[in-house]
Design a protein around this ligand. Structure first.
Ligand SMILES: [Cu+2]
Length: 144
């Protein structure tokens, strides 16, 4: 009987753990328009974690980009901007991470198609806990 109760307790703990999950919502995704000759473009969005566990954006892929990176724009003391690669982007539980011009962004590199006009770019986001997510990001002028 004691053993039975113990396994019930273990089961309860395991089930309880699975409730601490991340629920990730991506809002307002867009890609900044670039000249047709540009080999790179950047994607921006707000990533909300409505869950109770932290999550991580591991990678982003797109059929229009040969490669992608998660970048952070840094401004040094001389006001010179540079971009640093971040391996993974942590999305803390209950928080939103905003990707915007001058800050964190998804760099789309080796573009196979020009990112101009009113098109939509499909992005595949891969989160550690929330899994894979497909989103559509409209192309907008950076000044908009
Ligand atoms: Cu960048």
């Amino acid at each position: 009987m004691k053993k039975y109760l113990f396994s019930l307790a273990v089961l309860f703990v395991l089930t309880g753990l699975s409730f601490a999950e991340s629920k990730v919502v991506v809002e307002g995704a867009w890609v900044g328009e670039v000249p047709p000759s540009s080999p790179v473009a950047a994607a921006y969005m707000t990533i909300k974690n409505e869950g109770t566990a932290d999550d991580k954006l591991l990678s982003v892929t797109s059929s229009i980009a040969g490669s992608t990176m998660i970048h952070q724009t840094m401004i040094d003391e001389q006001s010179v901007a540079s971009m640093n690669m971040i391996g993974v982007l942590v999305i803390p539980a209950g928080k939103s991470v905003v990707l915007k011009p001058g800050g964190t962004h998804i760099m789309l590199m080796d573009l196979k198609e020009p990112v101009t006009g009113k098109g939509k770019i499909e992005l595949d986001l891969k989160f550690e806990n929330a899994g894979e997510m497909k989103i559509e990001a409209p192309v907008k002028k950076l000044s908009e």
